[in-house]
Design a protein around this ligand. Structure first.
Ligand SMILES: Cc1cc2nc3c(=O)[nH]c(=O)nc-3n(C[C@H](O)[C@H](O)[C@H](O)COP(=O)(O)OP(=O)(O)OC[C@H]3O[C@@H](n4cnc5c(N)ncnc54)[C@H](O)[C@@H]3O)c2cc1C
Length: 473
């Protein structure tokens, strides 16, 4: 009889069968498993692109679960109330989930855990989508790391938990509780840009993530160190989107990369190091959550950054018409594909925060609205790094020159031509697709002349350095 009492698995950003510790534990219990996804209050804070991507991911995972005899039980509302209702409706005595690490999620989950425990429910949380739980890595002197290199040195030899295998079949409950309409919810999105343009760039689900990882390990890894800074080359893994929805786990990627590193594969160490930058971002967010919202270095408080996100310079930056080719190409790449090359992210973030002297949080928010691989920890760390206000940040006086950067990292002009149509006799398809993606109100045409710089590389640099000097940096 007890064997028929179901276990609830509360899914969040862990839309995979393999290496899903909460799901594996529920299956191992031998009891019926009810995977639950709740569109709760926290989803309302998501930007348009991550919200859309997550919805597609959940709908996709529902299809995957149906192939193994299960489904996503979908509900809309407060997670706290819905989990309690489901306990009452199903008689479940256990709720399992994989940990989430955003401070708001930690607060929510802690409260829910104590409520459910008070009701006598067995609540178990398992390691989330990280190789290293943030509290397990500490400096010799105590506390969290603030600099990447010692963090990397301390984690690179640590053992990472083995990946749990994917269950072949899930045991269903005799009766499924009533669900809200997942397909209807998934179809509703707030994307203000042409979704038909962005959609072909998405890569949904666990199988697609594994194909990416395998293709990258077979064909990309050896050229990764040399090619990963060249934005026109598909030299990186492209796994960030899958990681953001938990369609592959960081541990799975780590084990694959670590085995190759041990075999002496060229590029494997550099790749793992990049993966560990993501771990570092989570480590910082856990130990010093103010990295998400406040200058990590307090000396930046009071710096006279532009705070107006409707300022014409900021609008030009968002719309990819600053007249600075590297910046515009990268902003357009993000608008069309939902992703942006890492070099581009560094350049556009530096240009906004340094040349345009605009608060990094304005850029952080725009990325959070536009990126299908949006990740709160990596995004905040990246922005604070570029602005100079973060831990282990680029020093304030290091102002990237976007023109020299373009010469260095796009010597044959392929990236520029790939994304900027204006001024070209025969613009590329990708460059033209930007005009299908943008709202008409932006009033931009491929045939218009390419704009002159709103703030030139040299002038912007001078202005930023003068402002830093005035602040006594
Ligand atoms: C201003 C700024 C904002 C950023 N915002 C995000 C974001 O919202 N989401 C996001 O996933 N990454 C963000 N990054 C980090 C980085 O640009 C992307 O992770 C990377 O471009 C993803 O491409 P990839 O999967 O092909 O990376 P690969 O080069 O193949 O690297 C493998 C994995 O390592 C991790 N990684 C690589 N570089 C970094 C890095 N610098 N910081 C943290 N993790 C890294 C990612 O998980 C990535 O998928 C940001 C960087 C900057 C400078």
């Amino acid at each position: 009889m007890g064997d028929n009492i179901p276990v609830l698995v509360w899914l969040r950003r862990d839309l995979r069968l393999g290496d899903n510790p909460a799901l594996a534990a529920a299956v191992a219990s031998g009891r019926p498993v009810i995977p639950v996804f709740i569109a709760d209050e926290m989803m309302q804070d998501l930007g348009a692109a991550p919200d859309w991507r997550l919805k597609l991911g959940v709908a996709h995972f529902d299809r995957v679960l149906r192939q193994v005899g299960s489904r996503v039980l979908f509900r809309i509302g407060s997670a706290r109330q819905i989990l309690q209702q489901l306990v009452a409706e199903t008689g479940a005595t256990g709720i399992y989930w994989n940990r989430a690490y955003h401070p708001d999620e930690i607060t929510r989950d802690t409260n829910i855990k104590s409520d459910l425990k008070a009701l006598g429910i067995e609540v178990k949380s398992f390691p989330g989508n990280l190789c290293f739980e943030p509290w397990t890595v500490a400096k010799g002197s105590g506390g969290g790391y603030r600099v990447f290199t010692p963090f990397w040195r301390s984690v690179r030899q640590l053992s990472v938990a083995a990946s749990a295998p994917a269950p072949a079949q899930l045991r269903s409950p005799q009766d499924w509780p009533k669900a809200d309409d997942l397909q209807l919810w998934a179809a509703r999105h707030r994307m203000g840009r042409g979704v038909s343009v962005v959609r072909p760039y998405l890569s949904l689900g666990e199988q697609a993530a594994w194909e990416r990882l395998e293709t990258f390990c077979d064909d990309g890894l050896s050229g990764y160190s040399a090619g990963r800074d060249i934005p026109s080359r598909p030299a990186t893994s492209g796994l960030s989107e899958a990681l953001a929805c938990g369609e592959i786990s960081a541990r799975q990627i780590w084990h694959r990369g670590r085995a190759l590193w041990q075999d002496g594969a060229v590029g494997a160490e550099t790749f793992l190091k990049q993966l560990v930058w993501r771990e570092f971002a989570y480590h910082l967010m856990f130990h010093e959550p103010h990295i998400l919202t406040r200058n990590w270095r307090q000396e930046w408080d009071g710096f006279p950054w532009n705070q107006d996100d409707q300022h014409p310079d900021v609008i030009a930056w968002k719309q990819g018409r600053t007249g600075i080719a590297f910046v515009d190409a990268a902003m357009r790449e993000m608008y069309v594909t939902g992703r942006m090359h890492n070099r581009g992210r560094m350049i556009v973030a530096s240009y906004l925060s340094k040349h345009l002297m605009t608060d990094w949080r304005i850029g952080q928010r725009w990325f959070a609205d536009c990126l299908t691989d949006w990740d709160p920890a990596s995004n905040a760390m990246g922005w604070q790094w570029a602005a100079g206000s973060g831990p282990d940040a680029a020093p304030y006086f290091r102002v990237f020159n976007p023109e020299l950067q373009l010469k260095k990292f796009d010597p044959d002009g392929r990236y520029r031509r790939g994304w900027i149509a204006e001024g070209q006799a025969e613009p590329s398809e990708t460059a033209l697709s930007y005009f299908d993606a943008i709202p008409k109100s932006w009033n931009m045409r491929a045939g218009n002349p390419y704009p002159t710089p709103i703030v030139s590389a040299a002038k912007g640099r001078e202005r930023a350095l003068a402002a830093y000097q005035n602040r006594g940096f």
